[in-house]
Ligand binder design. Structure first.
Ligand SMILES: CSC[C@H]1O[C@H](OP(=O)(O)O)[C@H](O)[C@@H]1O
Length: 362
């Protein structure tokens, strides 16, 4: 998408040296646009773990380039195995990480070391290009959900949680793709942007993205989403996801489950946007089988933002001696999901529908 008129992707190969990997450091947004340069596999692993890059599809794309950087340094079998292991251990919930690493392994293992570097960069680039096309398709298939509610120029209010925008993918995003397309089609779409404690991906990233694209939005506290639904101010909810089971259970940013409960209680459609690379065909029961990342307590006990003097500051918001827990995701049972917006179309959140739509993959 564009940042102040300049087209960007969230990750790309440096166009000067043609081997280092460039990213937008998302820990610095929205306060500054820092383009970081990653030159080692370990640097990519840190970027994923510390959330300089985040979002399931972007985590997968970043890991793919991490393998390419590893091959550039040492294309041996041991180096390939080490890269897969190190990158695979960075974050446990988003299945796209495992999917991308398996794809890189499959592409590189059969090759001679001499052929691996070029092949790795080629496969990583293909993953990125496919992600862009996939997300455009998600946008196209999700657009009617918004357009159907825009009769007579009526404003359509969409609530989203966390950030599943272009910055969470290589481009376009998943949950935000239909919103961008609705906006570009002239529909009066407004987005309730939940701040998404504790990392505030909504307040810091979704608000920033939508603002840069000129999409009307209002940031709200996480706890306000249900209230907006009760008042009839939410026409539909669209969120992203990090892993969907073959039965349609959805892992997403912590707090998503509460939105789904409020949506069900208020008769608000609750849609989940995802590429098929986010489906984990090996599991059915999300609550039992999706690993939930536990992140540092400091993400709950402190907040970082711009101080009134313009400096970037981190403040403590919890007493020093109070422990904090920080589960980064929760699981929304399929029964609370109105439907899935995929690159192949809209799909019920159940095993039969998923297998019908993706019989060539399942
Ligand atoms: C398009 S996937 C976006 C998904 O990833 C986010 O998690 P994180 O920011 O921790 O990587 C969140 O769950 C989003 O819905």
């Amino acid at each position: 998408m564009k940042i102040d008129g300049t087209p960007f992707r969230s990750i790309w190969v440096d166009d000067t040296d043609r081997w280092s990997v460039r990213i937008i450091d998302q820990t610095k947004l929205p306060w500054s646009i820092d383009l970081a340069r990653l030159t080692t596999m370990e640097g990519v692993a840190h970027a994923i773990k510390a959330m300089l890059v985040r979002g399931a599809p972007l985590i997968g794309a970043s890991a793919a380039y991490g393998v390419a950087l590893a091959m550039r340094a040492d294309a041996s079998d041991a180096s390939l195995a080490n890269a897969i292991a190190v990158l695979g251990a960075t974050r446990p919930t988003a299945i796209n990480l495992r999917w991308a690493l398996a794809r890189m392994q499959q592409a590189l293992q059969p090759l001679s070391p001499a052929a691996r570097t070029a092949a790795a960069y080629g496969e990583a680039a293909a993953i990125c290009d496919e992600d862009v096309a996939t997300n455009q398709a998600i946008g196209k298939h999700g657009l009617p959900l918004i357009a159907a509610r825009a009769a007579g120029g009526r404003r359509v209010n969409v609530l989203t949680h966390c950030n599943a925008g272009w910055i969470a993918t290589v481009d376009w995003g998943t949950a935000l793709a239909p919103i961008y397309m609705a906006h570009d089609a002239g529909i009066d779409v407004h987005v309730w942007v939940e701040e998404t404690r504790p990392r505030n991906q909504g307040a810091s990233l979704t608000a920033w993205e939508l603002g840069k694209h000129g999409v009307n939005h209002t940031v709200i506290a996480d706890n306000a989403g249900g209230h907006m639904m009760q008042r009839g101010d939410v026409d539909l909810v669209i969120v992203g996801t990090d892993r969907v089971t073959r039965a349609g259970d959805v892992a997403n940013k912590i707090g998503t489950y509460l939105k789904a409960l409020a949506a069900r209680d208020n008769g608000v459609p609750f849609w989940v946007a995802l590429p098929s690379s986010t489906i984990d065909w090996t599991i059915s029961d999300g609550l039992a089988d999706i690993p939930i990342e536990e992140r540092a307590a400091s993400e709950v006990t402190t907040m970082t933002g711009r101080a009134l003097d313009g400096s970037i500051a981190t403040i403590r918001v919890v007493p020093k001696d109070s422990p904090a827990a920080n589960p980064a995701f929760d699981v929304t049972p399929a029964r609370l999901v109105s439907g899935l917006i995929t690159e192949r179309g809209l799909c019920d959140a159940n095993e039969f529908a998923l297998r019908e739509m993706f019989r060539d993959i399942a």
